[in-house]
Write a protein that binds this ligand. Structure first.
Ligand code: SF4
Ligand code: SF4
Length: 344
């Protein structure tokens, strides 16, 4: 793949950073579907946030870093250029402005996928936007308030969001989640419909959660995801996927698709949801997808032509809840290319 066609590293990171910071949860009326044994957040003045969390001492950071180094040394981390670009700055070192941090809070906020109908040539196409690629209304500041009020229960401590740690690894090591065969993190009562966050704090929690890497029990006998992945990157024999073949890696950044990714393999406006939708562990959460406002015939025409004007950007940004490729001319080519693959 010609990486000169991709975004510059910095803008690519900016894009992913935005993607990571968005995803969250507005009000859901299906409360009885959730079987939380942990935390259900509701802090006055904030949107309803359905979350679970675990806390861990930062004393575990050297061990976590060592685990990553071991994976690299054994060649178990993908050497794919794009993937390496995503993780090269990840570190468990404490930031210079917070060297006295004592604990990390790992949070999973339930995050729905969205469905949007595109009108095109008299037909209607329902298209999925997976969680985390659109804004459902909760900010980092909201979460910090939840932590202060409902988790630490004191305003006298520093709380800082960190985006340089490996969130999935932290979630699994803390016992918040488990790995599925598709290498995604599953949280009980939420499946993979989560957005993970990590916050450093100088508060010392009594509980220090640290577990061995746990895998979903359901995967022992379930053949679904490795049989359905369009690029065969999920393996039957272990839980490490071939990241370099995962569609998500290619359709969330600019550039041409490699020729082994066929248009028929795409199944979402960005990313890939193929191994998540049929997973039995996600069954309860699929019907909770949020329906967004329809995209009209003339808007679809302009998207496919790849010539957005300010009016179109404003309309789509509002309809698709700040779906990132709809928010700027810089990212719009992603929208055009991905939609062309879905509307044929
Ligand atoms: S589809 Fe089956 S094998 Fe794959 S993650 Fe879900 S339970 Fe595990
Ligand atoms: S996200 Fe798509 S391409 Fe990646 S492992 Fe899952 S099904 Fe395969």
């Amino acid at each position: 793949m010609d990486c000169s066609t991709l975004f510059s590293t910095s803008s690519r990171r900016e894009f992913l950073k935005k993607a990571a910071l968005l995803g969250s949860l507005g009000f859901i009326s299906h409360k009885n579907i959730f079987a939380f044994n942990g935390s259900i957040g509701k802090t006055d003045g904030l949107p309803d946030i359905f979350y679970k969390y675990k806390t861990m001492s930062v004393d575990h950071f050297p061990k976590l870093q060592k685990d990553i180094e071991t994976l690299k040394r054994k060649g178990l981390l993908s050497r794919n250029k794009i993937f390496k670009g995503y993780i090269e700055d990840m570190t468990y070192e404490l930031p210079e402005n917070f060297t006295d941090a004592k604990s990390i809070i790992i949070m999973a906020a339930f995050t729905r996928s969205a469905i949007v109908k595109f009108h095109w040539h008299g037909k209607k196409y329902d298209v999925i936007i997976p969680p985390q690629y659109y804004d459902s209304g909760i900010s980092i500041e909201d979460l910090k308030k939840v932590i202060q009020k409902d988790i630490i229960e004191s305003s006298g401590y520093k709380i800082e969001n960190t985006t340089t740690v490996h969130l999935k690894q932290l979630a699994v090591r803390s016992g918040l989640g488990r790995y599925g065969r598709n290498n995604l993190c599953y949280v009980k009562g939420m499946g993979t419909f989560i957005t993970l966050y990590a916050f450093l704090t100088n508060f010392q929690f009594e509980d220090d959660h640290w577990t061995s890497l746990n895998l979903l029990d359901a995967c022992r006998t379930c053949p679904i995801c490795y049989g359905i992945c369009p690029t065969n990157c999920i393996k039957k024999e272990n839980f490490v996927i071939n990241v370099g073949k995962c569609i998500t890696l290619y359709n969330e950044i600019n550039g041409n698709f490699p020729n082994w990714i066929l248009p028929s393999m795409h199944n979402a406006l960005i990313g890939c949801i193929k191994c998540q939708y049929p997973c039995p562990e996600n069954e309860k959460f699929i019907p909770l997808a949020e329906r967004l406002e329809d995209v009209t015939e003339s808007e679809t025409h302009k998207i496919l032509n790849g010539k957005p004007d300010e009016k179109l950007l404003a309309s789509l940004s509002q309809k698709l809840k700040k779906f990132i490729p709809a928010t700027s001319k810089e990212y719009f080519p992603i929208f055009t290319r991905n939609l062309r693959a879905l509307i044929r």
